[in-house]
Design a protein. Sequence first.
Length: 230
Amino acid sequence: MPITQLDIDSYDFPHPKEALTEPNGLLAVGGDLSAKRLNAAYHQGIFPWFLPSEVPLWWSPDPRAVIIPGELHIGRTLRRFLRNHPYRITVNHAFEQVVYFCAQRQEGTWIGRDIQQSYQKLHQTGQAHSIEVWHNERIVGGLYGVSVGTLFCGESMFSRMENASKCALIAFYHHFLRHGGKLLDCQVLNHHTASLGAKEIPREEFIRYLYRFRNRSLRPDCWSQQVLEL
């Protein structure tokens, strides 16, 4: 099946069911990274993922990794750590820094300057958000992603001290649910998210969740700058 080449003047995407099985989830190529196109993509269960040297590639994998409310897993060792953790955790205090640090990986990164600038614009429009983990006055971990109604699409996380990114996700999970959140999208399962209870569900099931939640609203103070409790 040929891959759809996106029209620079149109924000229409093919339906996710048209994505390839190999490579898993590749749906379309091209277009730009404008806030309008990114917003259209996330509202259909699609996200960009490509190397800085490539044209934009758009994905909707099957299965999809999610954390369902009530299924967060915190192991015994991590629970002990949480009781005496040395961190302060905040919402939307340092979005640009979080994205930058997520891009600093020895093995290379897909979060190039174009991606960083595009998500910064989404943040400025109130659609993309960050969770920061601080040790004293130094940022040592965090995550960022995109809010779609009462669903949150996690994009990336980083950790520079023990369990910092896990603390970010755990604190955010409880905060998100208290404010009416219904589902955390982890996109593709990895060991880190699986250890916290993420699991794979069929893409069709994920799309049903998305359609149900994307036009609902969280409590308005969910994304205000604040400190989170673990």
